[in-house]
Design a protein around this ligand. Structure first.
Ligand SMILES: [Zn+2]
Length: 165
C-alpha cells in the first residue's frame, strides 16, 4: 500500500483530523493530495447550487467532477428496478472520473427536502434517518467497487451546509 493510501485510511479513521470543513483546516493538515480531484455526486436541484458553490470555493479546487442527477446518491442505495439505470449511470461516471481525471475522493450526497424521493416523510427526523441509512448503503456499495486508497464519503446537505453523517 502506498504512503498516500495509508494516510487516507488513517485520516478516514480519525475524522477529527479530516480537513474538509474549510480551506484553512485543509492547509493546516498539510493534506492535499487526493483532494485536488474530487468527484461529487449531488442532486440536480438548483437550490443546492449556492451551498455546493461555497463548498468548492472554500476548498479551492481547481478541478472537480460533478455527477448531478435527481436524488443525488439516492439511487445507489436503492434496490428498486426503477433506479437501476440511474445507479448504473452513477457507477459508470465514477469509473470515468477515476480513470480519466484521477479522482480519489468520492463524495456522495443526499439532501433535505429532495423530491427525488417521491415520498412525504412523517417528520424531519424520519427523513434524516432514511437519508443517513441510504448514504451508508451508497458508500458501502461504491467502496466495494474501488481499491482501498479511494476515500468514499457520504454527506447530508441541508440549508446550512454539507455535513458528514
Ligand atoms: Zn433533490
Amino acid at each position: 500500500m502506498t504512503e498516500i493510501a495509508e494516510k487516507i485510511k488513517r485520516l478516514a479513521r480519525d475524522r477529527k483530523d479530516f480537513a474538509f470543513e474549510s480551506g484553512e483546516l485543509r492547509e493546516k493538515s498539510g493534506y492535499t493530495l487526493g483532494y485536488e480531484r474530487p468527484l461529487i455526486v449531488r442532486c440536480f436541484d438548483s437550490r443546492l447550487d449556492g451551498i455546493f458553490g461555497s463548498f468548492v470555493k472554500e476548498n479551492r479546487w481547481s478541478h472537480k467532477d460533478v455527477i448531478s442527477l435527481p436524488g443525488g446518491a439516492r439511487a445507489l442505495a436503492s434496490d428498486d428496478p426503477a433506479d437501476a439505470a440511474s445507479k448504473q449511470a452513477i457507477l459508470e461516471a465514477i469509473d470515468v472520473s477515476v480513470r480519466a481525471h484521477d479522482a480519489r475522493w468520492i463524495l456522495l450526497t443526499i439532501h433535505f427536502d429532495c423530491k427525488g424521493y417521491g415520498v412525504a416523510f412523517p417528520s424531519e427526523e424520519a427523513e434524516r434517518e432514511r437519508h443517513r441509512s441510504d448514504l451508508a448503503t451508497a458508500v458501502r456499495r461504491v467502496r466495494e467497487k474501488l481499491p482501498a486508497e479511494f476515500f468514499v464519503e457520504g454527506r447530508y446537505v441541508d440549508g446550512e451546509g454539507i455535513h458528514p453523517v
